[in-house]
Design a protein. Sequence first.
Length: 559
Amino acid sequence: MGRDAHRWSTFRGERTLVIAARTVTSTVRVLETLPELLRDDARVTVVFAYDPTSAFNEGVLDLLHAAGCRVAPWEQLGQIAPDLILSASENIDVPEGDCPVLVLPHGVGFQKFVPDSRSPHERLSGAVPDSLLESGRAWLAVSHPAQEEQLLATHPKSAGHTLLVGDPCFDELVSSRKRRRAYREALGVAEHQRLVMVSSTWGPTSLLGRFPDLLPRLIAQLPCDEYRVGAIVHPNVWSAHGAWQIRTLQASALDAGLLLMPAVHAWRSALVAADVLIGDHGSVTLYGAASGTPLLLAAYGDDAVPGTAVHTLSSVAPRLDTRGSLRRQVEDVIREHTPQRYATVTTQAFAEPGHALARLRTALYRLLKLPEPSSLPPTPPVLPVPDPPAAPVTSWQVTTGITEDTATPTVTVRRFPATVTAYGTTLPETAALFTHLACADDERDRRLTESASVLVRRRPASVTVEALRWIGNTLAELPGSLLAASAVSGGGCLVGLRDGRVVEAAATGRALDAGLPAAVVYALLRAGLSLDDAQVALRIGDSRYEDVLLRLRPTPPTC
């Protein structure tokens, strides 16, 4: 990459584009955008340069190497003589020269005050230093004319050096709505479940900065057969504190099935998949609201900039009462939401949606002083399907209630991950209420397994004899348990009782994991009702789908 690099190169471009990588957030934005802009163009040689001066530089090199980028040390830039420097970080130390510098936003506009690494004061996030503006080299991409006005008011030297391009990230979110079902399936969210995503920016005024226990409390109040909970945490939190620290602080929530999205890329498809977003003053909150997702604001910091779109959002979005019933508030905001609720905020943040990549390609080639490719302008790509980021729940606190006002009794079952029950659960209002602990056979905490009333085999047995053998061995090994249940391949579930009886539970209409029929049998036993050739309606929580009919009949334990 030095002055004689041409001696070793295979591709000899007419122009050299340097990508300045300083933080994970800014590097991700460039990596997600650039391939669509330079597709099939051998005229441009791209060099990635790593600037290690940020407090949030941890993970940048790993990200670049994972993407297959060749990376030059920052001090080698003086030997490259680039034709254009591109970055989504406004705080880079640009080497001397006269080549232009194009700065992309790594969020939505200039909406936050952040600590200034060059002084003890704060600065406007996204705004480049005045010295770079004075040189005339800086060009700032913005997504809306209001951002140009904001910059002029605070940085008059930016006059004539802004480029209105729109927001590629928002365009991708809108374009990807058609694949929402695929994203939900990839995340393990069933059709009847609601996905609640929690988004936190970084810093002490962020959602996790103020309420680090909100995630386990939320999971504790949302029955896991009806809801899934996910989290989108700003890359700066991952970079500053490390994945180990985040996972340790959220250990109970992770054991309870939290969908903790990776620090890069996957958050966008998770946002498209969400039924509700709980957020703060970060860009993800604004992206979600503008995409039509019901929103609850859990935190809003004084580091947010007045007059920006996110500031407007804070005045119209409902606030989450973190001390109130979280489930009730989630259900209320879904019921009361309309798709156009935040249309005014959207028009304040994003100009001419759908054209950002095309506008950005035009600007890039103009600064490179190259004719734009003759190929069709790029359009917003559809986001890829994410990898499942959660392990299965292996223990539950189960509440069951029985109503007998018809010929067929109804058993209502609610399950909450056992690892978060210390944060409180929302119990159903029913006259006959029973609670028990259930564990899967792969539960790692032996204390929970030995305390469980019900044991559940995770994988269905291939044949009935195999299921019966597992039931007998399990009850013999754990004398404190009352029931052991195993599904059988091909349909049906066997539930073994401590007194030697075995009940076959056959469901109509849908497949069930063994824990649900086991909960029904447990409730009938506690209520003193017969298990002989019984017909029971299973209602899973508030049942946004029809009740499941279960037929119970005794089975010889030795068959």
